[in-house]
Design a protein around this ligand. Structure first.
Ligand SMILES: Cc1ncc(COP(=O)(O)O)c(C=O)c1O
Length: 403
């Protein structure tokens, strides 16, 4: 009998999820109000060092709402990193605004403050507004993404944003549980969005939240997310239904009480990979900044084909042949058809990593045996590539996986 296939990233629902969901259903509170919602918001705010959390249906909605709260308006531009999940840019577009991408740094893979500074230096101040002379549009905000569970360099971005008068809104979809300079990711009051999608560090099935240090902004988020109701069927603005259900929040409550364990499991997996793969030629992982702790939400591996003798798509195909599911990395935003043309300057780091990275299995419930099988599969992939001969079939299969 062959060993079971190793999935890429599946949630660990072995806590009190069923108990809490059963309780929520039995109570009749299945809509967007109820005790689990209040509890989830309190707990998520606490672990992030935010004064307030407002839950939403998903992380894309949370970012959309956070950008709206920050004053982004149709026709504005918003600076985002070139390498991130497409939802970062989609949230900007859903507001009628335009993402402008800048490169990421090669060490931690976070938005590069020097690239943001270079873009802002080319902009002009006109009547208190920052204008991109190439497009004539106002630049309203920058969105650091806590990519792969590692916090973005918030202080540098905050300084740049304050100097030029634009807002900072963090996309923390991947970052819950990380710390920045010893505090939670929303300390200092930075508006931050979270995602609780199924593969996130904690899940509610689907869901998200806006974190803020400002109770007035939290109140406005609740108002806009509940159809901007100002009285019984009276509405002064156009709102939306962005609210999470109490049933989803019940799953989230069971998850967030195990957040420390889930983060520890992710770090264990990462540490085992880095220890075992350190001497494998041509493969590397992103570092962790001295001012950060990362959750290692995903387990990316960059593959340099010139040294490893194999590229990321070929290694993924080899892993698949051993029953190990590894994922691809996101296509840099400016290379997607949806957001083509949004890079005012070259983004060589994002483009290189967009080709070079695969995501190793990282489910928090992975067994030691599964981690070892994954490590062996990476090692044999690179070893076979060095030998050359065993590799012809894998090359053919990899052409299907290559973007
Ligand atoms: C960086 C980033 N932003 C936003 C989102 C969107 O979250 P959701 O899928 O909950 O809408 C995700 C989800 O993967 C993400 O990774």
């Amino acid at each position: 009998m062959s060993a079971r296939d190793i999935p890429w990233c599946v949630p660990d629902l072995s806590g009190r999820e069923v108990e809490y969901v059963t309780d929520a259903v039995a109570s009749g509170h299945i809509g967007p109000a109820g005790p689990y919602l209040e509890r989830l918001e309190r707990q998520v705010a606490e672990v992030s060092d935010a004064a307030c959390a407002v839950t939403t249906c998903c992380g894309t909605d949370a970012l959309h709402l956070a950008l709206l709260l920050a004053g982004v308006r149709p026709g504005d531009e918003v600076v985002v990193p070139a390498l991130t999940f497409v939802a970062t840019a989609n949230a900007v577009r859903h507001l009628g605004a335009y993402p402008v991408v800048v490169d990421i740094d090669p060490e931690y893979w976070q938005i590069d403050p020097c690239a943001v500074a270079a873009f802002l230096t080319g902009c002009e101040q006109r009547r208190g507004r920052v204008i991109n002379p190439a497009s004539g549009r106002r630049v309203a905000a920058v969105v650091p993404v806590h990519l792969l569970g590692h916090p973005a360099p918030l202080a540098e971005l905050d300084e740049l944003a304050q100097d030029s008068g634009i807002a900072v809104v963090a996309d923390g979809a991947q970052g819950l549980g990380a710390t920045y300079r010893g505090c939670g990711i929303a300390s200092g009051g930075v508006l931050t969005s979270l995602s609780f999608n199924a593969n996130k560090i904690i899940t509610t099935g689907g869901g998200g939240a806006v974190l803020t240090g400002d109770p007035d902004l939290a109140a406005r988020a609740r108002y806009l997310g509940a159809q901007a109701a100002s009285g019984t069927y009276q509405h002064d603005e156009v709102g939306h239904n962005w609210r999470m259900s109490n049933v989803s929040a019940a799953i989230g409550c069971a998850q967030v009480e195990r957040l420390a364990d889930l983060v520890a499991a992710k770090r264990r997996i990462h540490d085992a990979y880095s220890e075992a793969l350190v001497n494998v030629p041509g493969v590397s992982q992103p570092g962790c900044a001295p001012w950060a702790t990362t959750t290692r939400w995903f387990a990316p591996l960059a593959v340099d084909p010139a040294t490893a003798g194999i590229d990321a798509a070929e290694l993924r195909a080899h892993l698949a042949s051993k029953g190990v599911s590894a994922g691809p990395v996101w296509t840099p935003l400016h290379q997607t058809r949806a957001h083509a043309g949004c890079a005012p300057a070259p983004c060589p780091v994002a483009e290189r990593l967009g080709r070079a990275v695969l995501q190793l299995p990282c489910s928090p419930g992975m067994t030691e045996d599964e981690v070892s099988r994954t490590i062996n599969a990476v090692r044999t992939g690179v070893r076979d590539a060095a030998r050359g001969s065993a590799f012809r079939g894998i090359r053919a299969r990899a052409s299907v996986l290559r973007p």
